[in-house]
Write a protein that binds this ligand. Structure first.
Ligand code: SF4
Ligand code: SF4
Length: 296
């Protein structure tokens, strides 16, 4: 019988809220489990998890034109019809701008000489690695490449496969910031979204947007307030928002120099024994486990 895999997506409305160090700490507390770094545009979970790479795979997505110069008659039709100005005629041949191209394929359709072929492009890589907490699926998207949503889906699929293969019960997803397409790919189908926020007005607005997004997909949200004591009034407002929306408040983590010091050592905060932040993270993890029904 297949193991029931609980998927927990840890996200934030913007970067720099402490999402990744929380994910790494939860992984240490809940090990063994599977990690999925779905922040493929700015992956940094590997900096805290020191993974050993086991497998590297190419990520191919999106088609781009390849022009056969031997066949090209220099008619210029492709450049005339490209709506994105990705082709222009130079010295009688079409010159191609990869950054402007949207991959629509119109140029290949209008080329009567059959000189243009649309081919899938290599846009990045994805990896399977081993960490002290269990296996980790992660990726790197090429510079200026799009389709990060598709790469996130690839990473998540691999993470769930690893969990099933090894009989592990939980996948911890380190999601990208914001509420765009890669975030949607990170949370759809998850059992719980953990929104990490800071006690500022923009933090509260970001939380509202993330919780609204999760609700649209029928996913419960839980909240961690990081550095709650730098603005107790805003922390109170976030707490009230959670109560009114029946959103679980997993933890309020204090500002603590130990967090900065542990990050400088490349370690998750939970390793800073005796620190107030580590104790709060441990408490948040206990509540997270109960909320997500995660039984390690
Ligand atoms: S439409 Fe085809 S033949 Fe004409 S310039 Fe473009 S590639 Fe060359
Ligand atoms: S695929 Fe579309 S966007 Fe790209 S060069 Fe051809 S016509 Fe232009």
């Amino acid at each position: 019988m297949k193991t029931r895999v609980t998927q927990i997506a840890i996200v934030s409305g913007k970067g720099g809220t402490g999402k990744t160090t929380l994910t790494a700490s939860f992984a240490l507390l809940g090990r063994p489990c599977v990690l999925a770094d779905c922040d493929v545009d700015a992956a940094d979970l590997h900096l805290l998890m020191a993974p050993t790479r086991l497998r590297t795979e190419e990520f191919r997505s999106g088609r781009k034109p390849v022009i056969d110069r031997e066949r090209c008659t220099g008619c210029g039709r492709c450049a005339e019809r490209c709506r994105f100005s990705a082709l222009e005629m130079r010295n009688g041949l079409p010159a191609y701008d990869a950054f402007a191209c949207e991959g629509c394929g119109l140029c290949a359709r209008v080329c009567e000489a059959g000189a243009i072929e649309m081919r899938e492009q290599r846009c990045g890589e994805w990896y399977v690695s081993e960490t002290a907490c269990g296996p980790m699926a992660h990726a790197r998207l090429g510079i200026a490449e799009e389709n990060s949503g598709k790469l996130v889906t690839t990473v998540r699929r691999e993470a769930v496969r690893l969990a099933e293969e090894r009989g592990l019960r939980a996948v911890l997803i380190d999601g990208p910031p914001g509420i765009g397409c890669p975030v949607i790919s990170s949370i759809v189908g998850a059992d719980l979204v953990v929104a990490v926020t800071e006690p500022t007005l923009s933090g509260l607005h970001d939380l509202e947007r993330v919780a609204g997004l999760a609700a649209r997909f029928g996913i419960r949200t839980a909240v961690c307030v990081n550095k709650f004591d730098i603005n107790e009034e805003m922390s109170g407002r976030i707490g009230a928002y959670c109560r009114e929306g029946a959103i679980a408040l997993l933890g309020r983590i204090p500002y603590d120099r130990a967090v900065v010091e542990s990050l400088a050592r490349g370690e998750p905060v939970i390793r800073a024994a005796g620190s107030a932040a580590a104790a709060a993270v441990r408490g948040a993890w206990e509540r997270l486990r109960a909320e997500a029904g995660w039984a390690p």
